[in-house]
Ligand binder design. Sequence first.
Ligand code: HEM
Length: 439
Amino acid sequence: MPTKAALAHIPGPPASPLVGHTITIARDSYGTQQEYIRRYGSVYKTNMLGVWRVNLCGADAMERVLLDRENLFSSEGGWDALKRIYPGGVLMQDGDHHRANRRILQAAFRASAIRDYRLRMTDAMAELLASWPVNEPFDFYAAIKDLTLRLGGAVFMGLPLDGPLAKRVNQAIQDEIRASVTLIRWPVPFTPMWRGVRGRDFLRETFRALIPERRANGGDDFFSQMCLARDEDGRGWTEDEILDQFNLLIMAAHDTTATALTVMIEALAAHPDWQERLIDEVAALGDAALDEDALGQMTQTNNVFREALRLVPPVPFIPRQTTRDFHWKGYDIPTGTSISLNPGVTMLSPEHFSNPTEFDPDRFTPERAEDKSHKFAWTPFGGGAHKCIGMHFSTLQVKLFVATLLRKYRVELAGEAPDWQRMPIPKPKGGLQVVLKRP
Ligand code: HEM
């Protein structure tokens, strides 16, 4: 890792001893970043938790780094902090090794598998939503996290929605996710990292025991698909590989979709005209279970989803590490430098989006197509070799949720719209209080 001296030629704000810029950035990560870009331009350095990082801002940087044809940028090095909890997942792999494993993982995302997940999800979602309160305020963020976690038990693991095992598994997943964003990175007893490591060990043991049965009998959940997954040459995974890849998958799928749905519901409650548009769109599909065709017609819902991801992207920064010296916008960036891409701030840039802080899903219509102003203007799912493999699945899940909800209820805010924490994981401070009403 290069020292501060090796990065002396790169501009940046003065850093406080020990904490560097950690507190300033944690307090207001977007505002701080926008200010630094104004002061120093699109390349500047910051120090987070003792690590110097070069920020490469804007859509051009994202295109250059994510479409990395020369293996100049390591995702493994960038996501180093996640490795204690999620070693061996595709996100933590580079080059040929990554390509080979991504090809196998792709088998769990083929069209027929996605159809099975949709069928599994449709009934489970209706059942879970039926247990939500009506005519009384509740925290939507907590409720959707619980719903996606329990739905995940069914769709990802083939477990019942409730029961002691599903509960322990869900707790272990939450402990892992919490550990992946904690500041204390050693498993000191009773810290979040310690709980996360124990959660990981519990999940590995539990799922290792299921592998022989799933390999023999299959199943229409992600875990069974991953036990059977093969690339075109017939190569599959060992038990340890299945466990590592599956563990990363459930982490990558969980908070991201729950956050996006929370932003969407807040926006629909705050913009009744948009809620009406989606109600009409859903009503036009009739009452039958929604198939691929029907979901494909939910274009306005899709635009609201895309707008929610633009305003509050669940992954607002993408880290990488340089594997060789690299020259960008007039600066030499040495081997081993931690770099940070900023899709979050780029998607709020007036360079690409008109009135960028406003909720305006029509900006994605073919007539306006603001997201096409640059290949990397709208990038909540990243791009290049590591582009989110769950993008279509999460879109499917979001559309099914919106249709299931709006067929039965109208949603209103109960109280003030919350402030959003942006880092380390975006979430509404104090939750999102809403009321569901029958039409
Ligand atoms: C709104 C929902 C989601 C968002 C915004 C999102 C965002 C992202 C982003 C930005 C990346 C790229 C990270 C990088 O390049 O360093 C990524 C990768 C990934 N995502 Fe998602 N994700 C979402 C949902 C999902 C779901 C539902 C799944 C699984 C079913 C999933 C599985 C993955 C996996 C396995 C990777 C790593 C791919 C690779 O390294 O080849 N994601 N996601």
